[in-house]
Design a protein around this ligand. Structure first.
Ligand code: AMP
Length: 216
């Protein structure tokens, strides 16, 4: 299974990618997670990209491509993977096509989470994440049993800097201007499968699992 998850911030890509990767035993490649980790470690890369992530802007393609190419070299892509949050521009998509072609690897499907603005805003403002294991919570739909603590590992929950109201609106604008064009890009290549991103996380998991189970 080699799939790309495409959709606006707050569509549920990260949540679904985590459970799908567990179920199918494939690699979950989230560029957002990679960048947040570098920022936390205060690595040279982290210091360079911090301002983009915190303001909701896209990191320049050149940096993103270097990071993703490095990651691709590290893992066995033939075992399968889920790309979450990459590609985000046509340029990144073309670079991915080029790299995978050289490796003779074909993406099975691009799953597009068609999600309404209301749902996205609601999900982003209520999202909390475990600092330790990365489990994602929603304060209304999936609250932790104990306030501020992760059910799985007891770690502290936090709100992403870029999930604050002002930054969310910029991220949605950036998505519309720079990423949404990928819907057409993959539709023309007949790779796109649209799913309703407004349904619950469990329902969406069922829908995507059945798409994956029917891959050739
Ligand atoms: P995400 O967790 O996917 O919402 O990503 C968080 C932030 O990381 C984004 O708002 C961007 O600043 C940056 N980022 C993640 N993936 C990419 C990408 N493929 N291209 C450019 N910037 C990215």
């Amino acid at each position: 299974m080699k799939i790309i998850l495409l959709g606006p911030p707050g569509a549920g890509k990260g949540t679904e990618a985590k459970v799908l990767a567990e179920k199918y035993g494939v690699e979950h490649i989230s560029t957002g997670d990679i960048f947040r980790e570098s920022i936390k470690e205060e690595s040279p890369l982290g210091l360079e990209i911090k301002k983009y992530v915190e303001s909701g802007e896209l990191i320049p393609d050149k940096i993103v491509v270097e990071v993703v190419t490095g990651k691709i070299r590290d893992i066995d892509l033939n075992e399968g993977f889920i790309l979450d949050g990459f590609p985000r521009t046509i340029n990144q998509a073309q670079m991915l096509d080029f790299t995978l072609e050289k490796l003779r690897i074909r993406i099975d499907k691009v799953i597009y989470f068609d999600t309404s603005l209301d749902v996205v805003l609601q999900r982003l403002t209520n999202r909390r994440i475990c600092r330790q294991c990365g489990t994602i919570y929603h304060l209304v739909n999936m609250p932790p049993a104990q306030q501020g603590k992760c059910d799985r590992c007891g770690g502290d929950l936090f709100q992403r800097e870029d999930d604050m109201k002002g930054t969310i609106l910029n991220r949605l604008k950036v998505y519309k201007e720079q990423t949404a064009g990928l819907i057409n890009y993959y539709q023309e290549k007949k790779m796109l499968e649209k799913v309703n991103g407004d349904i619950s996380k469990d329902e969406l998991f069922e829908v995507i699992s059945s798409i994956v189970d029917n891959l050739e």
